[in-house]
Design a protein. Sequence first.
Lengths: 269, 292
Amino acid sequence: MAGTALLDVNNVEVVYNRTVQVLRGLSLRVPEGEIVALLGSNGAGKSTLLKAVSNLLSLEDGDVTAGAIRFRGDDIASLTPHGLVRRGLFHVMEGRRIFEDLTVEENLTAATFALTGRDGASPDFDLVYSYFPRLHERRKGLAGYLSGGEQQMLAIGRALIARPSLILLDEPSLGLAPKLVEEIFGIIARINAEQRVSMLLVEQNAAVAFAVASYGYILEMGKVVIDGPVEKLMRDQDVREFYLGLGGAGAERSYRDIKHYKRRKRWLS
Amino acid sequence: MDMLFLAEVALAGLGAGALYALTGVAFVLIYKATRVVNLAIGEILMLGGYAFLGFAAGLGLSPWIALPLAIAAGGVFGWVVERSLIRPMLGENPISVFMVTIGLGSILAGAVQLAWGADPLRLPEFLPGTPIFIGDAYLAPKVAFGFAAAAVVIGLFLALFRFSRGGVALKATAADQGAAYSVGIDVPRVFSIAWILACATAAGAGVLVGAIGGISPTMGVFGLSVLVVVIIGGLDSLAGALVGGLLIGLVEALAGTFLGGEFKLVVTFALLLVLLMVRPYGLFGTHEIERL
């Protein structure tokens, strides 16, 4: 992979409640300026990895028991979650997690705390509204009354306020209509290009993730099983079949094939 | 019935209610930010009264210097308690934290008794003494002063939460700690500030309560009425503490006058019972927003 790594995750293991091991020696890199996609089925450990990176694991009784995570060369273990945000690593959490009983504007104001201690950085609400005009219309309204798509826009808008160098995006397509997913991913690609923000994108929807990402990792059972540039992954027979649903060239699949699929998956990991 | 007498009782009740409201605000602040039910709030209030006594009578300072000092002492106390007792309990069962605050209350009551004795004491006079009449109704000047001070402080808090950036941080932390961290809010600092503000407020309220009725180591019982106030108002609502405080003050005064002093608590707790059956969240407590 070319370029210097903004985020470097090296052989990380995560254990919840001191008993349940979720990540098993996971390594990945996010180079400066790129979008890296992280795919995998439910329970593969995608969200756990993001929480480990943003140091929010401790809130859920999780621990990084081995390995190291470096953001811009610094080990994050010694940093607080809010400290990391203030250094430019912003985590847009799964399920949007907007503050429902605050207004849209107050939600953005809350994100201005990310600029604490950064010289000369003043919050740019207009930037958010230029990407998401609909938020401007509803800025005085309670965020809880926004539609799902608007809430996702607000969650990404909060990240924009914080002017990060890396955004961790946890399933921005969750629960949204295909048309909205397309719109939001279009904006994600624009933000990446125009604001030069790197992103680590967790998705279930491989097709949309590959449309914006340059490199991809596929996770199973807490470790990376395939990785490579997106063009290469899109040609990979297993990825096409299991993640993009393009395998049988439109032919109908019988139950035998599904069993075959399971067998193949085990072999794959 | 004599309307003038009724009006005087009601005014006195509202005056007492304002102090309930003020202490209720202190309770709500802590609960809202940290989800800790602080049962020591009555004892922290008592501590404020004794701190004032210590500064004014013990050290011989002017009451107008002793008052801010007592408030500051409350704030420092809140900071120390949050750092040393509450923060290590983060993530523990809420009942455990609740028990810690009960223990803290007992320790405070005992410590005050060791230092100043068990007898009720009077605070040095410092509030204006000219009688106040609203229409023809007489209002004790101290009560009026307490009411005014409480109104100003509560008004300040309400404005702070509605319009300041710090208020947004507090509301965000109250709504979703994880998300608050994720947008760069220093959550432990918000906890600290909530405890400092709340305990300073309680200490200030203690000076006012003590100036009106004197202080004693059993003064913490005041906290029991405050608990009723905040449950009625809704545990996480500042406006609820305000309305609940005035309501309970009024009801206690009326019940005490017309039914007899022993009915004060009976009536307030009966009111609490009925209200909880009708509105389990209290008058202004948060329900989840339902998105349709």
